[in-house]
Design a protein. Sequence first.
Length: 116
Amino acid sequence: VQLQASGGGLVQAGGSLRLSCAASGRTFSSYVMGWFRQAPGKEREYVAGISWSSGSVYYADSVKGRFTISRDNAMNTVYLQMTNLKPEDTAVYYCAARSTASWTHWGQGTLVTVSS
């Protein structure tokens, strides 16, 4: 599966953005999908994940209550709705997919910048 992330941009603190990740391939619905982010000088952080059926989701403590992950298997797309954004959310956001225990497919990243 190939992944293409979009939706990043510049937003003021307290604002919202929605990231999208479009996937190619007929087996999208069988993958667990996730969003990661990496800020300058920091390690990559697993932000959110969603099972193939949307029945199980994961959020990092740093985004819980502010970010929502969802997926549309008919559209081969996973979303990350981000609200109440903070300057510390500034990072390059990557979508990823896995069918096993390892994240094996990665998108190219989209930059989110939150100004204070």
